[in-house]
Design a protein around this ligand. Structure first.
Ligand code: GUN
Length: 285
């Protein structure tokens, strides 16, 4: 039996249609258009593409979007001043500073300057803390998108399920583990210091691979029927986009699998729209 595919592109399209309808309803009711500001500093090629896609998605959903591009020589003080100005701008409901930033700018300081009320990336310590203690706050977009993918296959409540997360980044691994825990899963976090990764993943009903390295999860490491979510975005030897999972091998044993491309990737931007929508609705109330 081969795995069923969790189609992130189709699910994204459906969720973006719902968000566009919510945006239109909010505008009709309160005259408010959801607004996202994206700040890009420097000329990182990958960041340019990500940022363009974010702005395009906003426009398609009927949002107001502002893209501020700055030279790599921008000082930290100048960037902090821009963030402060956007914090105080009532037409902006979400602020995203694209990472990585040039080396002379402290990422942490910039993220902590974003108002938690506009932290639609969910990277602020207050957002991470809210997730940890179960309070209202913005959830980091990539793991939030993974949760919506699980929900789409009837796995909203994970009581009795064992979820194994591979990776412990602040952006994906750690918030992913917290969201799985909040959904009642029994959660194991594995990482580069884990002695026998396969021994862990073979126990998993759900595996989330978020390492940034090819073939981290192979067929022999997966329990038959397990759900496999691949957050990786890597290039293979031919320059083709691939995930962290050996897709061809793992799909022979898994019950469900997310492809790369067309899996988690489109969901990340979709959840950014969902968070910005939510922020605008909160501002209206
Ligand atoms: N760089 C790569 N992914 C992201 C993201 O989701 N948000 C921000 N702000 N920067 C990124």
């Amino acid at each position: 039996m081969t795995a069923q595919i969790i189609d992130g592109k189709a699910l994204s399209a459906q969720l973006r249609t719902e968000v566009a309808a919510r945006a239109a309803a909010l505008k009709a009711k309160s005259g408010i258009t959801p607004g996202l500001a994206v700040i890009l500093v420097g000329d990182n090629q990958a960041s340019q593409v990500y940022v363009r896609n974010k702005v395009k998605a906003c426009e398609e959903a009927g949002f107001h979007s502002v893209l501020e591009k700055y030279d790599a020589a921008m000082t930290e003080a100048e960037l902090l001043a821009r963030v402060e100005a956007l914090n105080n701008d009532p037409t902006i409901h979400g602020i995203l500073v694209q990472l990585p930033l040039p080396k002379h700018i402290d990422d942490h300081k910039v993220i902590e300057t974003i108002s938690p009320a506009k932290d639609v990336d969910g990277f602020h310590v207050a957002s991470a803390g809210a997730l940890m203690v179960g309070e209202v706050g913005f959830k980091a977009c990539t793991p939030y998108g993974c949760m919506r993918m699980l929900e789409s296959i009837g796995m909203k409540d994970l009581r009795g399920k064992h979820a194994v997360v591979i990776g412990r980044s602040n952006i994906v691994g750690k918030p992913m583990a917290m969201m799985l825990l909040a959904a009642n899963a029994t959660v194991t976090i594995t990482h580069s210091g884990t002695a026998d990764l396969g021994a862990m993943t073979r126990q998993a009903d759900v595996v989330v691979a978020a390492v940034g390295k090819r073939n981290v999860l192979t067929r022999d490491m997966v329990k038959p029927g397990a759900v496999v979510i691949d957050v990786g975005m890597n290039r293979d030897d031919d320059g083709k986009l691939c995930g962290d999972v050996d897709y061809e091998g793992v799909r022979q044993v898994a019950g469900w699998i997310t492809p790369v491309p067309g899996g988690v990737g489109p969901m990340t931007i979709t959840m950014l729209l969902v968070n910005t929508m939510e922020s605008a609705e909160r501002a209206a109330n």
